[in-house]
Design a protein around this ligand. Structure first.
Ligand code: GDP
Length: 325
């Protein structure tokens, strides 16, 4: 680690790519709350980051000192499994264009958001950063994972070849206000919030959850993730990626019960085992992150209750389709 990693200058222009997404919007909120006075957000409606010329024009005209790359095509296990070509190509294009533009604009600090799915399917738990590229990937999201691995290698390469102080972070499964609550395309937590909420509304006695319920996952609230990202930009400057998680996981069956309780569903939970389980376990080793002095603040039950309230007020109130993909 660099001996004197400087905290970011609060008057520096920070560009958040993907600023309308779950993570990007939380990062913008966090930066503003921390006193950053010049925060610029871009998202796909402003500029098509899969277009190299448009990306270069945008970044060179904004001339940011810092870039946070939260722009990506994302989705749950079913979407990844169904559209690997788009998940591979779009994510490769977005990050390649953004990194080239940031380099051309002389950006010294950049944070790239990867994903915990870059790690091998079968690997020691909790997963240390050193597990990267030590084994075969989970098949349902290998295309997305390969794109994100390419991003990690690109960040490392810009550091090595051009001396850029860019870093990569690997967040565990993220949830929170602003998520996509699509019945089939989203990740498990928003999908379950929506399904259980609809069951309560319609008086259904049964909710079907995918897989066997035995896989284990770790979840971080998006506000904690955003706080960890800005903390690392202030305190971390090293080629090795940093895992961002909370250090605890639970089974999908326990998660389903947690969501059912938070929503007030008292009926039956049944399992559709024709749906894939995916990776058996994904718990990140967060010792490198904790060594920088950062700690998560939002426990899962509290975070799920807050997200359920947000969903009920914001999305379900407008017929449940407001943020559908
Ligand atoms: P993953 O962490 O990359 O596997 O992504 P997901 O969040 O999509 O899935 C996590 C786990 O939740 C997998 O074992 C899924 O089979 C399970 N799961 C249960 N019900 C659902 C659901 O309605 N949607 C999704 N996406 N996953 C579900």
């Amino acid at each position: 680690m660099s001996a004197h990693p400087l905290p970011l200058d609060r008057s520096a222009t920070v560009l958040v790519a993907g600023s309308s997404g779950l993570v990007g919007s939380a990062v913008v909120r966090r930066l503003r709350a921390q006193g950053f006075t010049s925060v610029a957000g871009i998202h796909s409606a402003d500029v098509d980051l899969t277009d190299d010329r448009a990306t270069l024009d945008c970044v060179t005209s904004l001339r940011p000192a810092v870039v946070i790359d939260a722009a990506a095509r994302v989705g749950g296990i079913a979407a990844n499994d169904a559209e690997p070509v788009e998940f591979l190509n779009d994510n490769l294009r977005i990050q390649t264009n953004l990194f080239a533009a940031a380099h051309a604009a002389g950006v010294d600090r950049l944070l790239f958001l990867g994903s915990s799915c870059i790690y091998p399917k079968h690997t020691p738990q909790p997963i240390p950063e050193s597990a990267l590229l030590t084994g075969a990937l989970e098949e349902t999201n290998d295309a997305y994972a390969i794109a994100k691995i390419a991003g990690v290698i690109a960040v490392r390469s810009y550091r090595r070849q051009y001396g850029r102080r860019w870093i990569s972070v690997m967040p565990t499964n993220v949830y929170g206000p602003g998520d996509t609550f699509h019945p089939t395309r989203s990740h498990v937590l928003p999908a379950l919030i929506r399904r259980f909420h609809e069951a309560v509304r319609s008086g259904a006695e049964e909710v079907v959850v995918w897989g066997t319920g035995t896989p284990r996952r770790e979840f971080i609230h998006v506000d904690d993730l955003a706080a960890a990202c800005t903390h690392l930009l202030d305190h971390y400057d090293d080629p090795s990626p940093v895992n961002i998680g909370v250090g605890e996981d639970l089974t999908i069956a326990d998660l389903a019960t947690l969501v059912a309780d938070a929503v007030g569903f008292t009926g039956r939970i049944t399992w559709d085992t024709s749906r894939p389980d995916g990776t058996p376990r994904k718990l990140l080793d967060v010792s490198r992150l904790l060594a920088t002095g950062w700690r998560p603040r939002i426990g899962l039950p509290e975070g799920v209750r807050a997200t359920v309230r947000w969903y009920a007020d914001t999305v379900a109130g407008s017929d449940g389709r407001r943020r559908a993909c």
